[in-house]
Design a protein around this ligand. Sequence first.
Ligand code: PGA
Length: 253
Amino acid sequence: MIKTLIAANWKMNTNFGEAQQLTRDLLSSINDDAHVETVICPPFVYLQEISKLLEGQSIKIGAQNVYFEEKGAYTGEISSSMLSDFCEYVIIGHSERRQFFGDTNEIVNKKLRSAIEHSLTPILCVGENLEERENGDAEHVVGAQLEESLNNIEKTVNLVVAYEPVWAIGTGKAATSDIAEDIMRFIRSKLAAIYDNTFADNITLLYGGSVTADNVKDYLSQPNINGALVGGASLDAQKFQDIIDKAGEVAPL
Ligand code: PGA
């Protein structure tokens, strides 16, 4: 049975005070019996302090990106070994990284390797844009993203895959749960082809793109969706808590 995972991607939002408050609010409302693993991914500069607030608590922490080199003259970058002191998770290949910062599948592959080497659990993001969906290319694009990103990476790793159709991110136009399930089923079959059935059957697959408390149960009721990656709605403690609570209602025990 795969444990339900709800991850918050704060993106480049919150000041330090807001980040602390948001974390405290979540800690005071979280229900540990909900059988839902909760992860928050604040901006880099808050990771150390927020990780202190989360010490001994059930909420886990992740970063939103990482650089693949170990150390050296890479001004402005953060390595997996630096993150591993504070984080358990790291988002890799988010569509905003691909769109604005040139993250290709090859770069994503290197980032995955470095994260795995340092025992971080990567949340690998894949997803097609609107044009690709309208051209009927969604599976082709997502399939290539998976193949190239996971090229020569061993299967014995903690890995989470998030399907985030670009047209659904931050737009309020969430994919229907049927559309999401179709691609998630495809992702699982692709992972079975790259690795094997057991690996594919046990991997946590998240849907992301305009997830709210109103739609999260629809996704989680689908056989191949095990959780959600939440952007906008994770910046409000109450809204995020509502998503976790709804997820708890349908989470496997
Ligand atoms: P959204 O973002 O929930 O605001 O659509 C999701 C994401 O980009 O991870």
